[in-house]
Design a protein around this ligand. Sequence first.
Ligand SMILES: [Zn+2]
Length: 83
Amino acid sequence: MGQKLIKILMQYFVYENRVHDKAIIHKGDCPFCNFGNGVSDGSCSSKHGWWLGPFDSFIEAKFKATATKRKLVRECLNCSRVK
Ligand SMILES: [Zn+2]
């Protein structure tokens, strides 16, 4: 009886906000990110920008976020503090 191993892969997304000229790195399970779907009435709507990703690692997400050359590149304050 083998127990099936479930590999949980953490995914990262980058929200590029063209209105405020910034790129925010989110974890996939962040409520603001919702695996790239964002929230319908929040600041992550498609009206203000778009999602990049998913990325398999934070390093990759950070690289892509930096590559957008937005004025502000940072981690989401909501999900970056949760391990
Ligand atoms: Zn977040």
